[in-house]
Structures are given as C-alpha cells and as structure tokens.
Design a protein. Structure first.
Length: 428
C-alpha cells in the first residue's frame, strides 16, 4: 500500500491514508507529501475524496470502509489502483510463489530504472517499494495470495515458480496452478512469458498464447544458470557476479535478464545494472555484527524459501548457522509444519517461536511445537514461544563466527537489533 501511495503522489494525486500501527512506511509516505495517521477512523476520509482503496487485510466492517460507502465513494482493492497506475505504460508483471519482489526490482534495474511497484522496500524507493522511472516500462509484482494478479493486464510477464503457499485462499496446488494458468492465458499474443526453472511453472506456461522463454536446464531453454554464469541458447556466456547471495537469486536474475532482453536490453548490460543490487528489504538483510556474530533478517515464511535462505547462509561459510524462525499464519503452519521442520534441519541451531497470527484466529494445537517436532539433525532445537524471550535464551550460547538468521513474515523483523543489543552492541 505504501508503494502504491508513493506512485499515486508521483502521478499528481492527493493521497491520504491510515494504518493500524505506525512505522517506517507510514513515515515515508508522510515525508513524500501524503496525509497519514495511525489508527483507522471514519473521520480520516478527507472532504473531496474520489475513491478509497483497501488492502486484502481490511475487513468490511472497517470504519473507513463503512464511512466511504455512506458517502457513496467507490471502495476498491489495491490491485485496482495498481492497474490504474500502470495504464498508459507498457506493463511487465512478475508472478510466482517465491521471489517476486526481488525479481521485479532486478527487472526494473535491468531496464535502466523503470517504474517499479513491489511489496518490499527497495533502496531507491524513498522508504517504500516503489519508484517512478523514465521510459515506457512499468514493472509490477503480481500477487496470487488473493487472486488479485488476475486484475492486471501486462504486456509481458515472468512466472518464477508455482507452489501452494496461501492455504486460506487455495484448497490445493491444482487451484494455485489454475489461477496462474488464467493469468498467463490473458497475456497478448504479441507479448512474452518467461518461465523460471520450476517444473510447475513450465507446465503452466503451456497455457500462454505468446512466445515462452524458458530459463533452466531443459531442452529449448532461452538460457540457464551454470555456476556463476548465464549461458544462453545462442552460445553466449554472461557472467553473473551478483551482490545478492544464493543460487535462487542467480535464477531470479536470469529471468529478469530474459525479459529485459525481449524489451531490447543487451544481456551483458542488464547484468551490469543488476550486479550491485543487494536485495529488497528483508531479503537476507544484514542487521549488523556484534562480538563476531553476524545477524541477518529474511522474509522467508515458506519451506522452499527457508531452505533457499539457509543455503545462501551456508554459502557465506560461517562457523555455525543459527536459525530463528517465526511461523506465519495458523493455516500455513498446520499444513506445512513437517516441511518447515525438514527445511530448518539444515541449520546448526534452531529456535522456533509461536505462530504470528496476522489476519487469522488461533487454532487449537497449532503452535511452534508442530515445527520443532519435525526438526532432525541440528545440535540444538529450542521452542521459545515469546519473541521477547529469544535474546535471553539464545545469546548466551552464541559463538564468534556464528551467522544468526531471523526468518518469518511477522514481527520477527524486530528481533535482530535486540540480539545485537544483547550481545553488547554492534562491532565498530
């Protein structure tokens, strides 16, 4: 929502809004010229407002929603605002269960700074996930969590992967595949679809009515990642010296380069623009080092993401990898507890907190212990229900050379600085 608010401001709109809690995103919008307040209130709708846009998290009984309807104002979804902002541009969308924000940001950079809208902070986004760029291209993250990607009409797209993540929205992986098939089948015949190195993504790509560029080790692929390089079908080899760690980021970059090439950017130029990019907010984000212990925060909240983040951590060659994981949503924890346990087993020390509820109500018997019971192999596995208790439990056991990963989509992002403080403060 903050990204959309910034782009609306850049488009010349008057923007106001509220959020349940304050924070950097709200502060960033205020600094950009929006009228903002903490707390939802019917009186927050300004006189002369044209429309009210809401995120999926906003319930029908929200006081501002009720007031807007009483005033006869249209109440629209955030994806409707995104579609309006994209109008007049050549739209490019990045879809998939994992890696959307990072890949969309990479694509924007590859195109020389195209207009961007993602759900994570980018370094050039004035505290948000948006930037208004020069040129015709508009790069947007296409969100499947609430099926809102179907409201977008991009000219071309990337489908990174297909996975069952949002269990309150989709009953099965077949339902997930179906919504992605609807999305790619709506692409214009003159466009292109880039399919990432994922078997389900390649299967869904068969529904596209346009050119399909596959990335991966399959016959007929446009290109593949081989070690630290992108090897193209025409024989060219493009080195991938990325600042963002992990094989998954090399694959993300390869997909961005494939679409940038279709847009007219030479792959070597595209990679040169992407290479210095360290990532969007909360994707392997360094929080600091204290007493020789490095602390990194990551948004990983699905077993595939947890596994990829732990592999990236191993690539850093630390003394030990210490994973602190906060499960996100009761529905996801219930369905994927065993998979989370297997993914976390790649760490040396594992700490699991209670579930971050977000928009869901608690479910009896669904808590962090469902995950810890499935962890096998690490030297130490701890269940620490309260996030506030983690520093006191964890810090005495940390050693110089450890890499501590805080992972999850909830308020675990606040934990890294507290661990550093408990260690005595960041190293000079």
């Amino acid at each position: 929502m903050s990204a959309l608010g910034l782009l609306a401001l850049k488009s010349g709109w008057a923007v106001s809004g509220t959020d349940r809690d304050g924070g950097p995103a709200l502060d960033a919008l205020a600094a950009a010229g929006a009228t903002v307040q903490v707390g939802h209130d019917a009186g927050a709708i300004p006189a002369g407002a044209d429309s009210v846009f809401v995120s999926t998290a906003i319930a029908d009984d929200n006081p501002e929603v009720a007031a807007a309807r009483d005033l006869g104002l249209p109440v629209l979804h955030r994806s409707d605002l995104l579609a309006m902002l994209m109008d007049g541009h050549r739209g490019l969308a990045v879809a998939g269960a994992h890696g959307k924000s990072t890949t969309t940001a990479m694509l924007s950079l590859a195109l020389g700074g195209a207009t961007l809208c993602v759900g994570a902070e980018v370094p050039w986004g004035e505290g948000t996930g948006a930037a208004w760029g020069d040129g015709p291209w508009f790069c947007a993250e296409a969100d499947e969590s609430d099926r809102s990607l179907l409201r977008l009409r991009p000219e071309a797209a990337i489908l990174l992967n297909v996975d069952h993540d949002h269990h309150s929205t989709y009953a099965s992986i077949d339902d997930v595949e179906d919504v992605f098939r609807q999305f790619v089948s709506a692409l214009p015949a003159s466009g292109v679809l880039v399919a990432g190195p994922d078997a389900r993504a390649r299967a869904v790509a068969e529904s596209a009515p346009c050119e399909v560029r596959m990335v991966g080790h399959v016959e007929g692929a446009w290109g593949r990642v081989d070690g630290g390089s992108l090897v193209l079908a025409d024989g060219r080899v493009v080195p991938l010296p990325l600042a963002a760690p992990g094989d998954h980021n090399r694959e993300n970059a390869a997909c961005a380069v494939a679409l940038a090439d279709w847009c007219g950017v030479d792959p070597h130029d595209a990679v040169a623009r992407i290479a210095p990019f360290t990532g969007v907010g909360r994707r392997f984000e360094d929080k600091g080092t204290a007493c020789g212990v490095r602390v990194v925060d990551d948004y990983a909240h699905h077993p595939v993401e947890v596994a990829a983040t732990l592999r990236a951590a191993r690539d850093q060659q630390p003394g030990r990898v210490v994973a602190v994981f906060q499960p996100h949503l009761y529905s996801r924890t219930r369905e994927l507890a065993a998979e989370f346990g297997r993914a976390l087993s790649a760490a040396d020390v594992v700490v699991v907190t209670d579930v971050y509820a977000a928009r869901e109500q608690p479910e009896p018997g669904v808590d962090g212990t469902l995950v810890t019971r499935s962890v096998v192999g690490p030297q130490e596995v701890l269940n620490v229900p309260r996030l506030d208790d983690v520093p006191a439990v964890l810090v005495p056991d940390l050693r110089m050379g450890d890499l501590v990963l805080t992972m999850g989509a909830g308020d675990i992002t606040t934990l890294g600085p507290r661990i550093i403080e408990a260690l005595g403060g960041a190293d000079a």
